[in-house]
Design a protein around this ligand. Structure first.
Ligand code: 4AD
Ligand code: MG
Length: 431
């Protein structure tokens, strides 16, 4: 018999099917045994009665959690069962029976314990929908860029220069030459965008950040876009379109996963339903201060400040034109206010923090040399990057979207560590 996946059960009502999966949970009620089986696509309940195969009945009693098995039976509609279908089991074939109890029971466990067992924890009920939503976010980003004619061009992960300041670099020894793990693929996208016009990549980036917040990872995935002949205003429009596209795709394609997480897609759709507000850095500081969060002009937004902004707007909000001194060297200055950068951060609603950082880029050699010097960076390693302003210089702009922060928001989860299969945090390199 050809195996059927749990998500396909709806088209097999009344027929006999074969399900392959793992025993998630079981219970008994009088003379009936219930086995809850997961197969990676979903969970289904099997009902074993004494008039079924006696071995099946015995196995339903004896098999421990996370036994691997094949289960045969007839599909019935059962609105009270998880997923809406039930299987009247005729046969259970065990494939692997664990010798010890599964470390993660169905009771509550501490975070440290769960993180130590992350390789097993990902099988559990609230984890699989998050990972499927993550897949949905990544696919949506790719199809958005593809529909818009952007070309995927990968940036290297081993690099010789910093992008986002020198304090969060991971140093490496590259056969005797100092090297780093990339903080962002942006500089290379600026080169490929001068070759192809519109480019993007989605890749892992690294920040040796000593932050232990629920929004920070040491290794995370960034989706970055870069476009030639794009200015600051066009950049914001592109980002807004991307975020709305991703949210709509996830709401449409992951309703089952969102429901399992008790996340209402209508809330997400409402949040991205209208235009995203745009306020200046200075307006944002005033707003944050008015909300009672202490912050001075010239400070970057901390978590409490971002939360105050997201509470005020209840939808994604762009904070534009930061003081150039608190932003990286590559941002173009506002010609009318050279102390400000032509940049914006997009703050997610509901307190999920900054999900995008972007800007128009410096496009002349003179400005870039000046800003590199002002940032205290050496010129020589950026010589190739300066070349982009020596030949075919062009106004251009781009941005980077934090994939895990976006997943965190859409899935509605408290901590970013559950938005990636194997999180790298300040105190964790295992498993
Ligand atoms: O704002 P960031 O640092 O921007 C850049 O790196 C630019 N070079 C991107 C570009 O213009 N191409 O990072 C972009 C996004 C942030 O808005 C945030 O969502 C996410 O990356 N991010 C992190 N996510 C998880 N953990 C961290 N430590 C993060 N740091 C940034
Ligand atoms: Mg940023």
């Amino acid at each position: 018999m050809t195996p059927v996946e749990v998500t396909e059960l709806g088209s097999h009502v009344g027929s006999e099917v074969l399900i392959q999966g793992w025993l998630y949970n079981k219970r008994s009620s009088g003379k009936v045994r219930f086995v809850l089986v997961r197969d990676g696509t979903g969970l289904v309940q099997g009902v074993v009665t004494p008039d079924a195969d006696p071995t099946a009945f015995e196995l339903a009693d004896s098999l421990p959690q996370e036994s691997t098995l094949r289960l045969t039976g007839t599909v019935r509609t059962e609105p009270r069962a998880p997923g809406g279908y039930e299987i009247s089991v005729t046969r259970i074939e065990p494939l692997h029976v664990p010798k010890a109890p599964f470390p993660i029971g169905l009771k509550e466990h501490g975070t440290g314990f769960l993180m130590d067992h992350r390789h097993l924890w990902i099988r559990m009920r609230r984890q699989t929908p998050v990972l499927r939503i993550r897949d949905g976010v990544l696919w949506a980003i790719r199809s958005f860029f593809r529909e818009r004619g952007f070309v995927a061009t990968e940036s290297p992960v081993l690099v010789g220069t910093s992008v986002e300041g020198t304090t969060t670099l991971f140093p490496l020894d590259y056969f005797g030459t100092p090297a780093y793990l990339s903080q962002s693929g942006q500089l290379y996208l600026e080169a490929t965008c001068a070759a192809l016009g519109k480019v993007y990549w989605i890749g892992p980036v690294f920040r040796a950040e000593k932050s232990k917040t629920r929004r920070h990872l040491i290794e995370f995935w960034m989706a970055e876009g870069e476009q030639a002949f794009l200015d600051h205003v066009g950049n914001l429009a592109l980002q807004e379109d991307l975020v709305r596209y991703v949210v709509e795709a996830v709401a449409a394609e992951h309703s089952r996963d969102l429901a399992e997480l008790e996340r209402d897609p209508a809330v997400l759709l409402r949040e991205v339903g209208g235009p995203f507000p745009r306020i200046t850095y200075h307006e944002a500081v005033a707003l944050v201060q008015k909300a009672g969060v202490s912050m001075a002009v010239g400070d970057d937004f901390g978590a409490p400040a971002e939360d105050a902004l997201s509470q005020h707007f209840g939808r994604p909000v762009f904070v534009e034109r930061f003081p150039a001194v608190i932003k990286p060297f590559y941002m173009k200055r506002d010609p009318e206010r050279p102390d400000l950068a032509l940049c914006a951060d997009l703050i997610a609603p509901e307190g999920y923090g900054e999900i995008i950082g972007g800007s128009q880029r410096v496009d002349t050699e003179e400005e870039l040399l000046r800003q590199l010097r002002e940032a205290g960076l050496p010129i020589e390693p950026y010589d190739w990057y300066l070349d982009l302003r020596r030949w075919g210089a062009v106004p251009h702009a781009g941005f980077g979207l934090g994939v895990e922060r976006t997943v965190q928001w859409l899935a509605g989860i408290a901590h970013i560590r559950e938005a990636i299969p194997f999180p790298r945090t300040l105190d964790r390199l295992y498993p």
